[in-house]
Design a protein around this ligand. Structure first.
Ligand SMILES: Cc1ncc(COP(=O)(O)O)c(C=O)c1O
Length: 448
């Protein structure tokens, strides 16, 4: 019996338990089907924080499917999974190395763990970065040079990135093992990797110690459905601690429909229909791209790129302008854009008809004979100047000053454009000239 089936039968019992809505929507009747299954830890439904029954079995099946020691279900997004993994291995004042384009959950994790962060910048000296204004992969050589300098408890990076750039996790994991540094891969955007050879191997298959997936990002699950994977090969690690640290951050009232949704998503992805759906998605994207040959549009692509993330540019047209035209004239919304192009995310649920709409709109834009400009230079943030570590910065006293006087002062605030959700400036770092375009007239700075 799986959880979803149990949710469909248990709602027939008379429950004086939380939630007390009696499995009926008192308003918003459209949510009735969800309410019907919105149960909690009643008999037979197990307990996510101490699973012994149906949830334990589902997580065990998941660990077999992913080839992990443990795969835990998290109904609060990859954000919570990241906090839990960090707390499981990082002790106060441990040094950790973090790729600068990591999601803000990682800096929050550093604050929670009282860790000392050093940053490593992703590669920007490559054709993709030049051509699309986005970060490249983490260069294993840069990583090795950094690991030689200090004892780092963990190295944390995002792969794939929002735009689909994969780092060479196999090379990175070998280096991390050599230096006794745990490798945590934020694979939030790579939820399909376990299920198709159209993608790179998963981070865990390539030697990462821990990874997280956001099943809601492209695997067809509801928002907040996520997984935390622990490799069978983690050294010097108490496997029981991970449940304890998940419990530190996880609500004691997790949504049962979401837990069941996680289980069903994995069942679907590993079924014949799921594999077929992924194959179809990839084929549809390949044929979508063929329409743009010699049109002036360019796609971010390459050996280390995840094809489901369509970063598209029309040379000479600001990505923001492209995005506005698509939104205003065609009712199409992108995920994010920059000076170069626009990112369109696809996944389970992206049918050919949806891609057709985008294709037709993009081709119609060509007929608009828009004025095209010279390409801008890619503009990346400077290496951060860290003065105060995230935990101390949280409590540091601050004052307000004028923006004009703020250069080289220590920012009390973080600036995190979302998406993609990584900081251009974190609290505790010096404000540099480059940051001025993001600042308000009054700036909060830390008073030492
Ligand atoms: C790279 C990356 N990691 C983690 C997260 C957080 O994931 P979730 O929304 O599942 O908490 C995001 C969300 O945007 C992300 O882009």
């Amino acid at each position: 019996m799986n959880l979803w089936k149990l949710l469909n039968t248990n709602n027939k019992r008379t429950l004086f338990t939380t939630p007390t809505h009696s499995q009926k929507a008192p308003f918003l009747k459209e949510l009735n089907e969800f309410y019907k299954r919105d149960l909690s830890e009643i008999e037979g439904l197990d307990n996510l924080s101490d699973p012994k029954g149906v949830i334990k079995q589902a997580q065990f099946r998941a660990s077999e499917i992913y080839g992990t020691e443990k795969t835990l279900f998290v109904t609060q997004g990859a954000t919570t999974a990241i906090l839990a993994v960090m707390k499981a291995i990082i002790r106060p004042m441990d040094k950790i190395l973090v790729a600068r384009n990591c999601h803000r959950a990682v800096i929050n994790g550093a604050a929670v763990c009282n860790a000392d962060i050093d940053w490593i910048m992703p590669d920007i000296k490559n054709e993709i970065s030049n051509n699309f204004g986005i970060y490249g992969a983490i260069n294993p050589k840069d990583l090795e040079n950094q690991l030689k300098l200090n004892d780092y408890k963990a190295f944390i990076l995002t792969s794939p990135t929002y735009e689909g750039i994969n780092s060479d996790i196999e090379a990175i994991s070998k280096i991390c093992k050599q230096y006794n540094t745990y490798l945590i891969v934020d694979e939030a955007h790579g939820s399909l990797y376990n299920f198709s050879s159209s993608f790179p191997k998963t981070a865990i298959q390539q030697g990462a110690d821990f990874s997280v997936n956001s099943l809601h990002k492209n695997a067809g699950a509801l928002n907040q459905c996520a997984l935390l994977h622990v490799s069978k090969d983690v050294k010097n690690f108490d496997f029981d601690i991970i449940q304890k640290t998940v419990n530190l951050f996880h609500t004691t009232s997790p949504s049962y429909p979401l837990i069941a949704n996680i289980e069903e998503t994995i069942n679907f992805l590993s079924s014949k229909e799921g594999l077929k759906a992924i194959d179809e998605l990839v084929l549809n994207i390949l044929s979508f791209k063929k329409y743009f040959l010699n049109t002036g549009y360019e796609f971010l692509e390459g050996e280390n790129h995840d094809i489901t993330k369509l970063f598209i540019k029309l040379k000479g047209l600001d990505g923001n302008k492209l995005s506005n035209i698509l939104s205003e004239k065609f009712n199409i919304e992108d995920e994010l854009n920059n000076d170069f192009g626009s990112l369109f995310l696809t996944g389970i649920g992206t049918e050919k008809s949806k891609l057709d709409k985008l294709r037709i709109a993009l081709l119609k834009i060509l007929d608009m004979k828009l004025e095209l400009n010279d390409e801008p230079n890619a503009d990346f943030q400077p290496a951060p100047l860290v003065k105060i570590q995230p935990c101390a910065a949280l409590y540091a006293p601050y004052t307000y000053i004028n923006k004009e006087d703020s250069e080289l002062q220590i920012s009390a605030d973080s600036i995190i454009p979302y998406p993609p959700g990584f900081g251009v400036l974190y609290s505790g770092e010096c404000i540099q000239e480059w940051h001025m375009k993001y600042l308000e007239d009054n700036v909060r700075v830390i008073k030492l």
